[in-house]
Design a protein around this ligand. Structure first.
Ligand code: ADE
Length: 360
């Protein structure tokens, strides 16, 4: 494609090709190292046991019947490996991967150009699929169900409806907000997998693997230090790993230490990542909720306005981890800070706890 909205790549990217000068096409999506670190086979994909187990069975069954895999919907917070799973599906099913970010698909013709370019067995990955417009979504229905699209050629009395057959392909849709998909759209995905935050052991395993691939030598307790502040999110862990490496290298070259777990913790403090992995925006969110909204309940729109952030950034990237870690409650009346927030941020809690929505 030449419109820059979609990248197509052969599913294979040799890991030993770390020092290549020219980045592969697909590296336009995400940080350069993100593609290098992506596992290419399901067996190298760490964690997400439930999703992995199901995918293994469904892919084996489809391969056994010589069919393409049914359409897959991947949901979960950002950075947990949804794109990586799409790469793996393409690799393991022997198809090419076409990447299309949902927000870039504005008109049905954008989608038509992509669909008519597919080969049998290809995988079309649409990220942020909940952001697709209604018209595009409806163009996708017959493509997903019957592997055909309807085009109207000509205008007014001369208009003619034409059915264009498509090759059998697999649509992999990724969303951070599966609740925002229309039910008829969601139902057209035969396979629906949910990804959740990784536990500490899994994060350590991912970091060990990344450090090895990038030639970064870290002690076990240094790995643990990075893992413990990575919000259960591989993308964050890999980014912190790179920045911690920078800090440690500079410290060492200046003869200022840079060894042991303590040096890693200091590097993470320097990077504004706190002891539980909260980033500046997470802490500002909680601080504003406690100080400006007296701990809540506060509406997400009001919080977004106070933070000068998009509501979707808060809902999709900030809140999921705060909810999971018990810093936040979501009630019909709005967001409420838990007691844990006050102790974590060193703020004085209001007289009566606002955690119990029955009190307010
Ligand atoms: N890199 C990002 N996510 C990963 C995962 N789940 N397993 C291995 N490496 C990863």
């Amino acid at each position: 494609m030449t419109n820059g909205k979609i990248t197509k790549e052969k599913a294979k990217l040799p890991l030993e090709d770390l020092n290549r000068e020219e980045a592969p096409e697909a590296s336009r999506v995400g940080a350069p190292s993100e593609n290098v670190l992506r596992p290419r086979k399901l067996q190298d994909y760490i964690g997400q046991a439930a999703a992995k187990g199901k995918l293994t069975v469904f892919m084996e069954a489809a391969r056994g019947r010589g069919e393409t895999l049914d359409h897959v919907l991947l949901s979960g917070p950002p950075g947990l490996g949804k794109t990586t799973l799409a790469h793996i599906v393409a690799e393991e099913m022997g198809g090419r991967l076409h990447l299309a970010p949902g927000p870039s698909l504005e008109k049905s013709v954008d989608l038509l150009a992509i669909l008519t370019n597919l080969q049998p067995g290809d995988v079309l990955f649409i990220d942020e699929i909940h952001r697709l417009g209604r018209a595009i979504e409806e163009t996708l229905y017959p493509a997903m169900e019957d592997f055909q699209i309807q085009l109207v050629l000509g205008k007014e009395v001369g208009a003619q409806a034409v059915t264009v057959p498509l090759p059998r392909f697999t649509l992999v849709g990724a969303t951070t907000q599966s609740g925002r998909l229309q039910a008829p759209f969601r139902d057209r995905f035969g396979i629906s997998l949910n990804l959740d935050f990784y536990d500490l052991g899994e994060m350590k395993a991912i970091l060990r693997r990344s450090a090895k691939l990038l030639g970064i030598s870290l002690e076990e307790e240094q790995i643990e230090a990075v893992a413990s502040r990575s919000r259960g999110t591989p993308r964050i862990a890999n980014r912190l790993l790179a920045r911690v490496r920078d800090v440690l290298e500079v410290k060492r070259s200046r003869g200022a230490g840079g060894v042991g777990a303590q040096a890693v913790h200091e590097a993470l403090d320097f990077l504004d990542i706190d002891k539980v992995g909260l980033q500046p925006l997470d802490r500002r969110y909680l601080q504003i909720l406690c100080e400006n909204f007296r701990g809540g309940p506060a509406g997400v729109e009001a919080l977004a306005a106070s933070l000068s952030e998009d509501r979707s950034t808060l809902e999709e990237t900030v809140e999921p981890y705060l909810l999971k870690e018990g810093f936040l409650l979501r009630t019909p009346k709005g967001r409420i800070a838990t007691d844990k927030v006050y102790s974590h941020l060193g703020l004085r809690a209001p007289e009566a706890t606002r955690e119990d929505p029955l009190l307010f």
